[in-house]
Design a protein around this ligand. Sequence first.
Ligand code: ZN
Length: 54
Amino acid sequence: MPNYDYRCADCGYEFSVKMKMAEHGRTPVFCPLCQSTRVVQCISAVNVRTSRKS
Ligand SMILES: [Zn+2]
């Protein structure tokens, strides 16, 4: 089962959720700290937070 990384837009807490691919995008994800549903997915290893030097 893949792990999906999320970050809470409200409190900034980062967490990962294990769910089936079929559930991903359908299952509501909320922050375990503040129960906010304003979470953004962080796709690890794929062009997120690339150290781009300008
Ligand atoms: Zn939160």
